[in-house]
Design a protein around this ligand. Structure first.
Ligand code: FES
Length: 259
């Protein structure tokens, strides 16, 4: 069913083509928006009907793939999950910019190399114990709950590029990777606990966080990377005893769960 258009909106899009532009500048586009028009809908309409050179990433349109994160009116968000009307100012205007602190490839497309490099530092995959039991691994409800936050992260980069520490120092591991590190450190099936805690204990790890909470404000999934970083700090302090306890827990991973 066609959506009723109710407002004329001005979408101020930051443009930057490094081949021809000295620096980024804004270009205004006018279009009709309705109550259900998302910012991604507006950008698609601009690209399809007004200027085909406007460049941005998107894929799923359902807040799952994480590719459409941009900076809207100064706040990082997923544009497929945000209605234009909810963020318009009194002049029916919104500004659309790329994620901050990352090199711009073109318009809203940024170079995420540092984001992925930091992610790989924490070895975000499961490292199973040497003796994998013949039966399935069993985890308690409490253990599953502890992993829940980090599992829901879609790696959109909103937290990473909202982090003021990243703005100053790209060697910081970053809230996204530390959240994923916590997923593995808390997972009783994982046997990379010692090396992960050592990695996040370095100068560019969990202790570099300034606890400004920008990552929490920016996360479109309502997750809490700051709490994960705090958990990692506590576990890093008692690393030896935690690693020992992990090894003990793995001896019973295929036993029936007693809740
Ligand atoms: S297009 Fe996939 S999260 Fe927005």
């Amino acid at each position: 069913m066609a959506t009723t258009k109710t407002h004329k909106a001005t979408i101020r899009v930051q443009r930057y083509n490094p081949d021809v532009d000295q620096k980024p500048h804004f270009q205004d586009f006018q279009l009709d928006v309705g109550p259900d028009t998302t910012i991604l809908d507006a950008l698609e309409e601009i690209k399809g009907e007004q200027d085909g050179t406007v460049t941005f990433r998107r894929s799923c349109r359902h807040a799952i793939c994480g590719s459409c994160a941009m900076n809207i009116n100064g706040t990082n968000m997923l544009v497929c999950n945000q209605r234009v009307e909810e963020v318009m100012d009194g002049n029916n205007q919104i500004s659309v910019k790329p994620l901050p602190y990352l090199p711009i490839i073109k318009d809203m497309v940024v170079d995420r190399t540092s984001f992925w490099e930091q992610y790989m530092r924490v070895k975000p995959w499961l490292i199973p114990p040497d003796n994998i039991p013949e039966k399935e691994f069993r985890m308690s409800q409490e253990e599953v709950k502890a992993l829940n936050d980090a599992e829901q992260c879609i790696m959109c980069g909103a937290c990473y590029s909202a982090c003021s520490v990243i703005g100053m120092n790209k060697t910081y591991i970053g809230p996204h990777a530390l959240l994923k590190a916590s997923l593995r450190v808390l997972d009783p099936r994982d046997s990379g606990t010692n090396e992960r805690l050592l990695e996040i204990s370095g100068n560019d790890g969990a202790y570099r966080c300034h606890t400004v909470f920008n990552c929490i404000d920016a996360c479109p999934k309502g997750l809490n990377p700051t709490a994960a970083i705090e958990t990692l700090r506590k576990l890093a302090i008692k690393r030896s005893s935690y690693v020992k306890a992990r090894k003990e827990r793995q001896k019973t991973l295929n036993d029936p769960i007693k809740n």
